[in-house]
Design a protein around this ligand. Structure first.
Ligand code: SF4
Length: 320
């Protein structure tokens, strides 16, 4: 039986960008990505800011329409669904946003924020809402006395718990967590990661967990995909990404993470310069402008995807 809940099939998303009087260029935010998420699976999606990972998350949920390619959720092509059908499917697909300060309506009480999905999807009558809101808030570690308060009365970590409660309210099976801890203090990040890990296990959720730091997704991802300038350049079971990284970009991202085992030596590779603009994607391997290993074909020939076995795939001439 097919266990796939989400299948992204060769998807592209380009945004028009004003490049001066009468001139428009296109930013290739997502540039030919295929990715699956299985039922109950956590896929970590990692890369620097501007690599297209948040755009990919929104495409996965049908919040953005692709320029080309398809997204299938529970086997249905979400781009071909009628508005009403997509709306009904959205009950199953939710998002946790990065910024718990901007993502909660400051004029709404916590009760109304977390029960909004129940009202939109007609999942509860007005008499049940208080009870349902209190139960969802308890699930994320907040007491019922928060119900009638407003978002500004809470800390960043508490606000993110409210955002998680809202995402859980409609009983989704798939959640995109879009950098859910990057706006939080380091001391609070671990609490929110642990909460998400517990909820994922208890509720059997499928999760696309977006982060710019490989360390953040390490502990509860089943697989990790590394994205660079609109493309997934490496994907593997989580432990394999950390122990046998095969793309120079993954190696460079890992070089920033301290190794707990002193017997393990990791090459220290500095990532030089910034990620190029998606309006000017370099030819050949898109990482060649920053790669310390680049050689003859790298600036001309696009590397093919190489299957290293065990679900490990990489786009690099060194492995092809
Ligand atoms: Fe570096 Fe070449 Fe591999 Fe690209 S294909 S990552 S430039 S070695």
């Amino acid at each position: 039986m097919d266990n796939t809940i989400l299948a992204i099939d060769n998807i592209f998303k380009a945004f028009p960008v004003n490049a001066g009087p009468g001139k428009t260029v296109h930013a290739r935010a997502v540039d030919g990505v295929s990715l699956t998420v299985a039922k109950g699976e956590v896929v970590g999606l990692v890369g620097e800011s501007g690599c297209g990972k948040s755009t990919l998350g929104r495409l996965a949920l049908g919040l953005l329409l692709p320029t080309a390619g398809k997204v299938y959720f529970q086997g249905k092509d979400i781009g071909a669904l009628a508005k009403e059908d997509l709306r009904a499917l959205r009950r199953e697909m939710q998002i946790i946003f990065q910024d718990p300060f901007a993502s909660l309506n400051p004029r709404m009480r916590v009760r109304d924020i977390v029960t909004e999905p129940l009202v939109i999807h007609k999942l509860a009558g007005s008499r049940e809402l208080d009870e349902r809101a209190a139960a969802i808030l308890a699930r994320v570690g907040l007491s019922a006395d928060t119900l009638m308060r407003y978002p500004h009365e809470f800390s960043g970590g508490q606000r993110q718990r409210i955002g998680i409660a809202r995402a859980l309210a409609s009983g989704p099976s798939f959640i995109v967590a879009d950098e859910p801890v990057s706006a939080l203090d380091v001391s609070v990040q671990a609490q929110i990661i642990n909460l998400l890990g517990d909820l994922q296990k208890d509720l059997g959720l499928s999760l696309l967990f977006i982060a710019h730091d490989l360390n953040v997704v390490r502990h509860f991802s089943d697989r990790v995909a590394v994205m660079y300038l609109g493309k997934i350049v490496e994907i593997a079971p989580a432990e394999e990404i950390y122990t046998k990284p095969s793309h120079p970009y993954t190696e460079a991202l890992l070089a920033d993470i301290p190794v707990p085992d002193p017997t393990v030596k990791r090459k220290h590779i500095l990532l030089k310069g910034d990620i190029p603009s998606p309006t000017q994607v370099p030819p050949g391997c898109r990482f060649h402008t920053r790669c310390i290993y680049r050689f003859e074909p790298c600036d001309k020939v696009v590397p093919k995807t190489t299957d290293l076995g065990n679900g490990h795939f990489v786009d690099c001439h060194l492995r092809g």
